[in-house]
Design a protein. Structure first.
Length: 77
């Protein structure tokens, strides 16, 4: 089995782009958690994001924007 076949799938550009995306997503989610949550929920969300970094970050950011939109709709009524 030739390993060069598999290495062609991940070019250095893809690895760097993925790494930058990963770091930006993680830092953004952690910043949003620390800035917007209660102290108990901060600890739980940080644990969730650190144990499942990509999935946890996406779930928190989606939760943040969904909650923000639903609260904005309630304020207008």
């Amino acid at each position: 089995m030739d390993l060069s076949i598999y290495l062609g799938l991940l070019t250095p550009e893809k690895i760097i782009t993925g790494g930058i995306f990963y770091v930006v997503l993680l830092v953004t989610a952690l910043y949003m958690v620390i800035k917007n949550e209660n102290k108990i929920f901060v600890f739980l969300w940080i644990l969730f994001i650190l144990f499942l970094p990509i999935l946890g970050s996406i779930i928190y950011i989606a939760k943040f924007f969904l909650d923000r939109n639903s609260n904005r709709g309630l304020a207008n009524k």
